[in-house]
Design a protein around this ligand. Structure first.
Ligand code: C5P
Length: 293
């Protein structure tokens, strides 16, 4: 069984307050990308499960896939589970604001639920997902969606019109989500300002969408990450030089720009690659009708 685990981007992210439980309340519009990890579940003769990851640094017990397997086998105590070799093939950069770990966890929840015939409902998977990480529920649901609360309260939106996506991050830079959130000051918090973005998506209005990104204020965490890491300012400026409007995803350091035209996207990706960044040229996943063309 092969399960795709797509990266996510935040088309907009506003942090609205600090919570008692140490998390923050947010409003975010999320979308999935073609850039994906893959999870392979293969029967093995021995009972139990074994976990492998293509990235040695992510092969340990703190990998969310390992934790999902450990948790699901624990709650199904007494049942004989078919032996499984779980292999995770990584392409999504880690600690990059792209939800790679969360998407892997979502893939593991869905995949093992089916492989082990656990019959957990979508609601139960969502509950377990919320415990594992704030982005896991979105990764389970997918599509274009508005996330609120910690990220677990989801409202589906009409599919974002198909776009090419130029994604870039400084080589070797990893940011801890907890650290970026931890550097937020009360002045950064405020009421959500995603109205233009949501209207643009609801009305499928590409011009309004363009205006949203041209405004340059899509993500509350951007100023925080940039003040700690000046290389991000440079990356943003280099992105702007390619005539695209970049936005930071999640807690960074990935920046992305949506682009209608493939050749424009390819030229921007080449320029950013030449400037020494790690670059991916991918596309949005929700507008399935376009992908069938
Ligand atoms: O939920 P997740 O494990 O991805 O969160 C990692 C860290 O990011 C949390 O420990 C918290 O410090 C911060 N966070 C937050 N508010 C959110 C999501 C994450 O403060 N809504």
């Amino acid at each position: 069984m092969k399960i795709r685990a797509p990266a996510k981007i935040n088309l907009g992210l506003n942090i609205t307050g600090r919570r008692q439980d140490g998390y923050h309340d947010l409003h975010s519009v999320m979308e999935q990308l073609s850039l994906s990890d893959y999870l392979l579940l293969q029967p093995q003769r021995e009972r139990g499960w074994r976990f492998f990851c293509s990235e040695p640094a992510l092969s340990g017990k703190d990998n969310l896939v390992y934790r999902v397997a450990a948790y699901l086998s624990k709650i199904s105590k007494g049942r004989e589970l078919p032996g499984v070799r779980i292999s995770l093939y990584k392409s999504i950069p880690r600690a990059a604001g792209l939800g790679g770990g969360s998407s892997d966890a979502a893939a593991a929840l869905k995949g093992l639920n089916s492989f082990w015939d656990l019959k957990l409902s979508s609601e139960e998977l969502m509950e377990i997902g919320t415990i594992l990480g704030s982005d896991v529920p979105y990764c389970l649901q997918g599509g274009t969606a508005l996330a609120r609360g910690r990220g677990e309260k989801l409202e589906p939106l009409p599919a974002l019109p198909f776009h090419w996506v130029v994604l870039a991050l400084p080589l070797g830079m990893h940011l801890s989500t907890a650290e970026v959130y931890g550097a937020l000051k009360p002045a950064h918090l405020g009421s959500p300002r995603l109205g233009t973005l949501i209207t643009a998506i609801r009305d499928q209005n590409r011009e309004l969408l363009h205006e949203w990104f041209a405004g340059g204020m899509t993500n509350t965490l951007e100023v925080v990450a940039m003040s700690k890491h000046p290389r991000l300012q440079l990356l943003k400026e280099q992105f702007i030089h390619t005539d695209l409007y970049p936005a930071m995803s999640g807690s960074g350091p990935s920046f992305f720009a949506l682009c209608k035209n493939f050749f424009t996207a390819r030229a921007a990706a080449s320029a950013l690659h030449e400037a020494g960044h790690r670059v991916f040229l991918c596309w949005t996943l929700s507008d399935l009708s376009k992908q069938k063309e």
